[in-house]
Design a binder for this molecule. Sequence first.
Ligand SMILES: *Cc1c(COP(=O)(O)O)cnc(C)c1O
Length: 212
Amino acid sequence: MIADNLKKVQSRIDAVDIKNQVTLIAVSKTKPASDLQQAIDVGQRHFGENYLQEALEKIQALKGQNLIWHFIGPIQSNKTKQIAQNFSWVHSVDRLKIAKRLNDQRPENLEKLNVLLQVNIDDEPTKSGAKVDEIDELVTHFENFQNISLRGFMCIPNPNNGEQSFKKMAQIMQKYPNLDVLSMGMSADLELAIENGATFVRIGSDIFGKRA
Ligand SMILES: *Cc1c(COP(=O)(O)O)cnc(C)c1O
C-alpha cells in the first residue's frame, strides 16, 4: 500500500515538466515506525516529522539506515537542543531566537544544520512563519551563524490562493542567489508548487494515508 502510494506520488512529481530536481520528503507524523520502514524498503530516505518526542522514538527505532530527518513543525525554545542534535534539516525556523539556539546547540562533530526560514506568505494570523517584510533582516542574521546553513524558505500557503502565493515565494527567493531550496507543496498541491519552483515537497497523507 505505502510502496504503491510512494510510486504514485513519485510519478506525479516526475510528470511535472521542469528542469530542477525535486526531493520528496515523506511526512510521517503520527505514523508508526513500521509504516516508515515500508517506505524505506522501497528506497525512501527523507522523512519529515512535526512532533519532537515521537520523532525521536522513530529516529532511534530506524537508525543505521542512512535516513535524512527533517523537522517541519512549530518549534518551542525548550525543544531546540534535541532538534539540533537529531535532525539534518529544519524547515520551520521563523525567528532569530530559535536560529541562535539551534546554532549554539548544534554538536561540533556534526555537519552544519540545514535551515529553512518559514515564511507566513499570506500573512495569516493563525499561522507561524516570519512576515514577508522581516525576511531580509532575518536572512542577514542567519547567514552570520557558523553552525547552521541557511538554505532557503518554507511556506504553507492558504489553499485559496496557492498558486499566487507559490509565485510570490519564488519571486522573493530570486533576491537571494545563495539560497537553493524552496520547500512548498503538500499532497493536494504538489504539482502547482513544483511548477512554481519548489525543490522540496512535503507529502504525508498521499503516502501514508489519512491521519486520525
Ligand atoms: C502534515 C504536514 C505536511 C503533509 O501534509 P499532507 O497534506 O498530509 O501531505 C506537510 N508540511 C507540513 C508542515 C505539515 O505539517
